[in-house]
Design a protein around this ligand. Structure first.
Ligand SMILES: Nc1ncnc2c1ncn2[C@@H]1O[C@H](COP(=O)(O)OP(=O)(O)OP(=O)(O)O)[C@@H](O)[C@H]1O
Length: 642
């Protein structure tokens, strides 16, 4: 969106404008405000303040200059009064009348520009309106969108979708909960919330227990993507069912958390909330979160408000997971995972390059074994050695301590930097952004053109080129990754070289200076650097064959259900020789692409609605509003030209 252009005809003495202080400077000799090549940012003590509100005091006779008096010049006394050259229009944006700034709908603002938006969301009047007021007393916009979608569905019998986006901690999950609450209320008779509606509402605490975790950015961060489909009865408008699809759970969190972060809430809920009897049954006894490797990595096991074990159990019961059979089975498995994490390795005294179990942790292996009904010695063997087949011969390859640990963790985890998972998440974000672009901008432009209505071309950042880099056949990051994943001798270095050879000139691709095995993609929201070292392994989507075979020996039905029926595990010998080994290679990336394509097809068949959540501060605290942070997000959302 371009900045507002001020015509000097419209300038009168009472007009209030914004003056952009970061990119302009006042010439002390002339008092002129001019654009500077170097932003003034560093010179501003509190660089939160990007725009200064000023009142036009005078327009010179030729109409080329205006004199303004700045209202918020505390950081810059020299800006208190100045003259602005009207030819540099980009410095000036008209301030909205106050009643517009507090309107709920930004489209009712007289002047929609980036300077005015933070004021719209957070001026003094807005603070007063919302301070110490219960949320339900104010008109939440989410309900208006939900209502609109609901009415459209009934009126036009067309499927609707609401896309809730925003950065981590911005409020997507909370917004989604409001939407669900709204639909449950709308789709039920006045006094009764039906069972299916209760079930829909209970999906949130259940998904949060198993898929949410404390991160540095959000104490209750969803570590997976979700698509919630709610089905309504055509005649009554009542909810008749719901389907929830989840994508890309961050598995690496199960085994490793950085300082200040936690594992999934369920682990802590179990450790804090299990009864004495349950603790004995699930072999937790008097152990706490700090005594388990998998729950102590971030060194912050305590968090208020998320560790409600009883609530999770209640949600499970409502959703049909039986409290006397399935729930205890599941919690035994969670406990087994915790015990597995405490199995430690050390070098053998005679062969320092071979690992052995630390005697004192044998007890944890026994607990794992008892809880899962999987033979402990056999699982230990898969951690300490691996059968390798070369030609007609096979032999045992021994693991060192690091390899054994990584083997132990690979039962549940994958490594975490910006790797294939993040690549896929950002890929889906690009797709959703494109959907938004196409719907909002391209469609309206086409309509105007078709109806021959004159309009100023709306500028927006088309991300098609970035998506082409990621997925367009025949040569894209995804295709090169798949090619490399099929080859027996490929490594992350060969992958990196191929990416670089093919895309070094691509405008959305970059190579970071510090490494030959990383690459950057210039996503619409930000540039992200990816580490290729795990890309190929992760793309091949297999777990160690011996381990999956062992898991199959468990008599616990729940565990059996988790193991894929056909093994796609390449061995040293048959790695990716698809036809000879009898398994079909399907890469994670291409599986992801097809589920993404299906999702987009589904969204495109609906009438879409959008909610963009904006995060007010990085401190995870109420009543703090960082203008700069908000402006950054608004720029991405509204495509302001910077
Ligand atoms: N509408 C709201 N009212 C009150 N608090 C909110 C609201 N939206 C968000 N919050 C606060 O911000 C926190 C983060 O919100 P939420 O978990 O919905 O973010 P998110 O966008 O889903 O993040 P992530 O992508 O990390 O999952 C919430 O736990 C809550 O404390």
């Amino acid at each position: 969106m371009s900045k507002f252009t001020l015509s000097f005809d419209s300038v009168t003495e009472s007009v209030r404008v914004y003056v952009e202080v970061i990119e302009c400077v006042c010439d002390p000799a002339t008092g002129f405000v001019q654009r500077r090549k170097k932003p003034l940012k560093e010179e501003i003590d509190n660089n939160e303040e990007r725009w200064i509100v000023a009142t036009v005091s005078k327009v010179d006779e030729e109409g080329k200059m205006i004199h303004v008096i700045c209202e918020e010049s505390t950081h810059h006394p020299e800006f208190s009064e100045k003259r602005v050259h009207l030819s540099d229009m980009s410095l000036i944006s008209l301030k909205n009348p106050q009643h517009c700034e507090t309107a709920d709908d930004v489209t009712t603002m007289s002047y929609l520009h980036e300077a005015g938006l933070p004021d719209h969301f957070y001026d003094e009047q807005a603070i007063n309106t919302y301070t110490n007021q219960p949320l339900h007393k104010q008109p939440p916009h989410v309900f208006a969108i939900a209502d609109n979608a609901f009415r459209n569905m009934l009126e036009y019998t067309k499927n609707q979708s609401i896309l809730v986006t925003g950065e981590s901690g911005a409020g997507k999950s909370e917004t989604t909960k409001y939407l669900l609450k709204y639909f449950a209320a709308m789709g039920s008779s006045k006094h009764n919330v039906s069972h299916v509606e209760k079930q829909v509402l209970k999906t949130s605490p259940l998904l949060e227990a198993f898929g949410n975790a404390k991160t540095l950015r959000n104490d209750n961060s969803s570590r997976f993507g979700k698509f919630i489909e709610i089905q309504f009865d055509r005649s009554t408008g009542n909810i008749s069912g719901a389907v929830i699809r989840t994508y890309l759970l961050e598995r690496s969190r199960i085994v490793r958390q950085q300082l200040g972060e936690r594992n999934y809430h369920i682990f802590y809920q179990l450790l804090k909330g299990a009864s004495q009897q349950e603790r004995i049954e699930w072999m937790l006894n008097d152990l706490n979160a700090l005594q388990f490797e998998y729950t102590s990595g971030g060194q912050c096991p305590d968090l208020t408000g998320t560790d409600e074990f009883a609530e999770t159990k209640d949600a499970m019961t409502t959703l049909g997971i039986s409290p006397d059979q399935d729930q205890p089975r599941l919690f035994r498995l969670i406990s087994a995972i915790l015990h597995l994490g405490n199995v430690k390795f050390e070098p053998q005294p005679t062969h320092s390059d071979r690992a052995q179990i630390v005697e004192s942790t044998l007890h944890h292996l026994e607990c794992f074994s008892a809880l899962t009904n999987i033979d402990g010695q056999s699982i230990l063997k898969t951690f300490l050695s691996r059968k390798v087949t070369a030609g007609t011969e096979s032999y045992d390859k021994y693991m060192d301590v690091r390899q054994a640990e990584s083997c132990r963790d690979s039962l549940f985890e994958s490594f975490q930097v910006n790797s294939l998972e993040q690549f896929c998440i950002n890929w889906s974000n690009e797709k959703l952004q494109q959907q938004y672009n196409q719907h909002i901008f391209k469609m309206s432009q086409k309509e105007y053109e078709a109806e021959k209505i004159t309009f100023n071309k709306v500028e927006f950042n088309d991300n098609q080129e970035c998506l082409d880099l990621i997925e367009k056949p025949p040569i894209s990051v995804m295709h090169i990754l798949d090619e490399e994943s099929k080859l027996q001798n490929s490594t992350f270095k060969t992958l990196s070289t191929k990416l670089l050879t093919n895309f070094s000139k691509h405008s959305f691709f970059a190579k970071p200076r510090f490494s030959d095995t990383h690459f950057c993609v210039k996503h619409y929201a930000d540039t992200v650097t990816y580490d290729t070292s795990e890309f190929i392994d992760k793309n091949r989507d297999y777990i160690v064959a011996e381990q999956s075979n062992l898991l199959r020996t468990s008599s616990v039905h729940f565990i059996l259900k988790q193991i894929p029926t056909t093994s796609s595990a390449p061995t040293a010998n048959n790695k990716n020789k698809n036809n000879n080994s009898g398994f079909t290679f399907q890469s994670v990336a291409s599986q992801f692409k097809s589920s993404l394509d299906q999702l987009m097809e589904k969204i495109n068949s609906t009438q879409p609605h959008y909610i963009r959540c904006i995060k007010p501060n990085q401190q995870k605290k109420p009543n703090i509003f960082s203008k700069l942070l908000v402006l950054k997000q608004l720029k991405v959302s509204f495509h302001f030209q910077s």
